[in-house]
Design a protein around this ligand. Structure first.
Ligand SMILES: C[S@@+](CC[C@H](N)C(=O)[O-])C[C@H]1O[C@@H](n2cnc3c(N)ncnc32)[C@H](O)[C@@H]1O
Length: 332
């Protein structure tokens, strides 16, 4: 039996593409989100944040929301044969593993294939391991390493690793907050055919008043472990901690969607020159570098955003604190 695992690497994650993407981030002063997870050190910093602040890790009520959504997805897919589960930005793939377990518990003979897709090879492999434990056959797992931000045709990327189209159950967990809505929703829709389902999670603004809810969750970002994680990518290229100040603030969506997002900005207080891939990069005093943003929704706003891109929500499950929601959706 072979001990090696075949991993599909999409051209968006070939070395020259990653290097160009990083150079673009530096030039535009806008960090591509994937670089916050891109090295083992960054992954560990992120895991610390995730453990400390993610409702999905800390709140059994949130885990129950994911589990109810998974059950509803399994029911929606019941009786129509083989299923392909596509985990976009799967990370360690624990949520997808729960979904796969639910599918195989409902029908142990169901032919299930699984594509754990992430920018990180390591994460795609960890997610594959979790799927094997959940009961998926190793030959039915096709890890895919791709950048969802620069790979525009997601359907073609998936079709290449899963020959012969079956019904799809696509997951987009923890990803919606880090993409412009207009950038990502039409790509998601492009993955869905009639009969397919989408499970997507969103960070929500708790309470009745949207703006106040977004302000309320700021401490989830404005804290030491999150600052360390987000600064890490600049520190790793030679920027010094006291070259500036990391500001965490609420801002409006630049696409005019009406959504608010939390942004983390590094404001340089003095000039700094670093060398990246042999090239000098210079930051001037007063310049701002946007390191991160994360959108906050409400249940109605998620449904409206998805509907405006031809995706209908059939059900939603919210955690007791009202700050995370899971949505079951399909192509209209
Ligand atoms: C917030 S985590 C979510 C992980 C997991 N889905 C969850 O809900 O716990 C974001 C994940 O998406 C991956 N990621 C970030 N940007 C990406 C991109 N542009 N394309 C593909 N994966 C990306 C990261 O490597 C990380 O595993």
């Amino acid at each position: 039996m072979s001990m090696s695992v075949a991993v599909h690497i999409h051209p968006s994650q070939f070395p020259h593409a990653v290097a160009e993407c990083f150079a673009r981030s530096l030039r535009s002063r806008q960090m591509h989100h994937a670089f916050h997870y891109g090295t083992p050190k960054q992954t560990l910093r992120w895991l610390r944040v995730h453990e400390a602040f993610s409702p999905a890790r800390r709140d059994p009520g949130c885990q129950a929301a994911y589990s109810s959504a998974a059950d509803a997805a399994v029911e929606a897919m019941a009786g129509a044969g083989a299923v392909d589960v596509i985990g976009l930005g799967c990370g360690g793939g624990q949520k997808e593993a729960g979904l796969l377990r639910a599918l195989l518990t409902a029908d142990p003979r169901l032919p299930v294939r699984y594509v754990p897709a992430d920018t990180g090879v390591g994460l795609a492999l960890v997610s594959r391991d979790a799927a094997l434990v959940a009961g998926v056959a190793s030959e039915a797992c096709a890890p895919l390493v791709l950048d969802l931000a620069t790979a525009e045709d997601w359907d073609a990327a998936v079709a290449e690793v899963l020959p012969g189209r079956r019904r799809r159950l696509v997951t987009f967990f923890g990803m919606l907050p880090n993409f412009l809505p207009g950038e990502v929703l039409s790509r998601l829709r492009g993955l869905l055919a009639p009969g397919d389902r989408l499970l997507v999670s969103a960070n929500l603004a708790p309470g009745e008043v949207y703006e106040a809810g977004v302000e309320r969750i700021l401490p989830l970002y404005d804290n030491e472990p999150t600052r360390e994680w987000l600064l890490g990518v600049l520190l790793d290229i030679g920027v010094e901690r006291d070259d500036g100040v990391l500001e965490v603030r609420v801002a409006s969506c630049p696409e005019g969607s009406g959504l608010l997002r939390v942004e983390a900005i590094f404001r340089f207080a003095r000039e700094r020159q670093v060398t990246v891939e042999g090239e000098p990069v210079r930051f001037e005093a007063g310049e701002c570098f946007r390191l991160f943003y994360s959108y906050r929704h409400t249940v109605d706003r998620v449904a409206a955003q998805l509907a405006s891109h031809g995706i209908a929500v059939d059900g939603s499950w919210t955690d007791p604190a009202g700050d995370e929601g899971v949505f079951l959706a399909r192509r209209m």
